[in-house]
Design a protein around this ligand. Sequence first.
Ligand code: 5GP
Ligand code: MN
Ligand code: MN
Length: 325
Amino acid sequence: MIRTIEAIIGEINKVKNIIVVGHIMPDGDDISSVLSLTMGLEKFGKNVRAVIDDKIPGYLEEFPFVKEKIKSYDCISKFPAELIISVDASSPDRIGRVYDHFKYARSVVIDHHATNTYFGNVNWVDRFGATAQMVLRLNRMLEIEYDSDLATANLLGIATDTGFFRYSNTDATVFEDVAWLVSKGGKIGLISNMILENKPLEHLKLYKDFLDEMKLENNNSIAYSHITLDMLKKYNILPKDSPSFVGELRAIKGVEVAITFSEAEPNVYHVSMRSKDWFDVSKVAVHFGGGGHPRAAGFSKETDNLEKLEKDVVRTIMSLMESYK
Ligand code: 5GP
Ligand code: MN
Ligand code: MN
């Protein structure tokens, strides 16, 4: 691990202009990793463009420094990048059009997904709870000074990818990193208020419809439901701001696997899967062309037959469940 970080530092030291890129459908760890690496590299004296080739959900857009620092694809069209650092993305398709620029620059991949395809010139893929923990290690090796803003930005991803320190990826390094970041002024209260206590009322109304559509399978061990564009429209919710409620389904007693099918564009569904204790949902995601972690994974699929897609996914999970017996 140390040697890989040293190789990354070698790449950084050689250049002036760096693109930091996060994944499409950005989540808290992605935003946090992009933001804290960008802030760190700027403190290190580099010219940095932070880019995500997708819309950012409202609750993350409101987070300090996001609007100011993270821009859309156009911001890199004339930027003479010598190095591109991808964070929290497991494969090239996850960074959208930014991957086209890999032809013209050196590239570094920093990620914590076991399904990573090693698509950079230098790849640091490790089993941390959050990519933000890896950025913290890189920043600390670069001897970046942490103030309260940087500590808060870096803390965000560790909090969100561990479900606020509840999931099984919450190991001792998570608590060590959090203790260190809080000692530097990281505001965990601000993060939990912005992420957990900031739900638009319309999301709760949508949740009622989502529950009405929920189905249980395999002796109630699989719970699934969907959010269609029509359901979002009813409550004036934009697709980029769509909640997934997949955690709520997993929380049901007896449920091992929860799935939410969310229509992102007409007839294009993002499928989010979560498991509670033993089932590896990343295998299902890879089977359908996506990726992720054993307890949280996903993929996207184009279809005009949602019911068939639901059945295919549930059937695949049920047959994989058989192989555990
Ligand atoms: P979510 O269900 O929250 O969208 O994603 C859960 C996990 O699966 C995340 O770690 C995310 O990076 C991964 N994931 C979700 N969708 C995809 C996808 O389409 N492709 C890949 N490779 N990973 C995905
Ligand atoms: Mn992510
Ligand atoms: Mn992550």
